[in-house]
Write a protein that binds this ligand. Structure first.
Ligand SMILES: Cc1ncc(COP(=O)(O)O)c(C=O)c1O
Length: 424
């Protein structure tokens, strides 16, 4: 299957207009949203003939509802959750999953402290920071979480930090923080841990580990559109008994056991947190996408993408004046690379790649403002003064997906070589 993976995706041979004419688009923006896997859509073709409102008393509606609920088991199995202790809450996306957890922790105790890191995407920082005291762990020069600072903060605030929240893999550099080691230390201080795994699980095998294991991950979030579905639908997975205790984030139908004008009894999780019409199609497609990757085998996915990544780095490191961010030789990362060309704005570089060479990449801070500032060596004050002066700062990011091949890497590297040479 690996040899003809491209055939399993939509959009791998799409043409794009450039200043030099029509060419084949190269898609290297998978960390933003990857191309869509055909099996995820095939599943919808099979589901649409029985599509209905769901949850109604007839055979087809029951079939639809059960297909939808089965995805909870697929997710549990995929990330090693414990079906007797964990719950899978369906959410619109990763952002909404994390917002639910931030609300839960606020309910739990608004005066407690959250520990995040400077690697985080804003989806895993602002929901906490806007509600509670949220501390940030610093970074190593390689662009990973500084474990000395992490341990020191947990020690200093021991008993006050209730939740550690950390990215599963950076959406900028792909670097994977040592979250199982972080979990062990967090637990020894009475804190739980959330791993925002939306950039990790489609690239590398991941497990929450058993609840009895000191390095167990308590909560996990990820979603379908970053998992080759092209649709919304995400999950928050974690400790059911804990999540059953708190108020929902969103209110509406489907979340109550009983309502009268004087009494409301809410359902337990997952329904407690799933107000409104279920995203049957997004969720069912998400389940099919997970099964597609499981059939390929996560080890095979990882190996194929690692080969592409190593080739990308080999080619990019030969380009004059190209600056690569983070420790690019570290193997514990997903296949993303962020770069700039010396003395050229990221904005110009991104436009040249897109409009002249037909290469779809991401640019700017990509939601990880603090991390990008850190990689660029900017202090808070310098970042603010650049913002005020209207001078933008950022990086250009190439992120590999399962359908990419060595020709895609060559197209990017050749384009960068030309751009960089003309710059000399
Ligand atoms: C690491 C990380 N976390 C969270 C998010 C938010 O995901 P979504 O926009 O699907 O809610 C992103 C999006 O890029 C991300 O890269």
């Amino acid at each position: 299957m690996i040899s003809n993976l491209r055939n399993y995706f939509f959009g791998t041979d799409t043409l794009i207009n450039t200043h030099c004419g029509l060419t084949n688009r190269v898609y290297l923006n998978n960390a933003a949203t990857p191309l869509v896997a055909k099996p995820a859509i095939q599943e919808l073709y099979e589901t649409l003939p029985i599509y209905s409102y769901g949850n109604e008393p007839n055979d087809l509606s029951a079939k639809l509802t059960s297909k939808y609920n089965e995805v909870r088991d697929i997710v549990m199995n995929f990330i090693g959750a414990d079906s007797s202790l964990d719950t899978v809450i369906y959410t619109a996306n990763t952002t909404s999953a994390i917002n639910i957890l931030s609300q839960v922790y606020y309910e739990h105790d608004p005066d407690k402290v959250i520990l995040a890191t400077k690697m985080e995407h804003m989806a895993n920082y602002l929901p906490f920071r806007e509600k509670m005291k949220t501390l940030l762990v610093g970074l190593t020069p390689e662009g990973n979480v500084d474990m000395n600072d992490y341990a020191a903060k947990l020690e200093q605030y021991s008993g006050q930090i209730k939740l550690v929240t950390v990215i599963g893999a950076s959406n900028i550099t792909g670097i994977i923080p040592p979250f199982h080691d972080m979990a062990k230390i967090a637990h020894s201080h009475g804190a739980k841990i959330l791993v925002d795994a939306v950039q990790l699980v489609q690239h590398k095998a991941f497990t929450m580990k058993p609840h009895t294991d000191a390095s167990h991950i308590d909560f996990v979030s990820f979603d379908g559109h970053k998992f080759y579905t092209g649709q919304s639908g995400g999950v928050l997975v974690g400790d059911k008994a804990f999540l059953d205790q708190y108020k929902p984030l969103m209110y509406g139908a489907g979340i109550t056991e009983f309502v009268s004008s004087s009494k409301i009894i809410y359902k337990d999780s997952p329904e407690r947190y799933e107000a409104g019409y279920p995203d049957f199609l997004g969720v069912i497609s998400f389940g099919a996408a997970i099964r597609f990757l499981q059939n390929i085998g996560m080890k095979n996915v990882e190996e194929w993408e690692r080969g592409l990544y190593q080739y990308l780095i080999r080619r990019l490191s030969q380009i004059p004046n190209l600056i690569l961010y983070g420790d690019v030789y570290n193997n514990t990362r997903t296949p993303f690379a962020s770069f700039n060309i010396r003395d050229m704005s990221y904005h110009t570089l991104a436009h040249l790649l897109g409009y002249v060479y037909g290469i779809d990449i991401a640019s700017g801070t990509n939601g990880s403002n603090l991390y990008v500032q850190n990689l660029l060596g900017l202090t808070d004050e310098q970042a603010l003064s650049l913002y005020r002066s209207g001078e933008e700062y950022g990086i250009v990011r190439a992120s590999i997906g399962l359908f990419n091949n060595y020709d895609d890497i060559d197209r990017l590297a050749d384009a960068l070589f030309c751009i960089s040479s003309q710059q000399l």
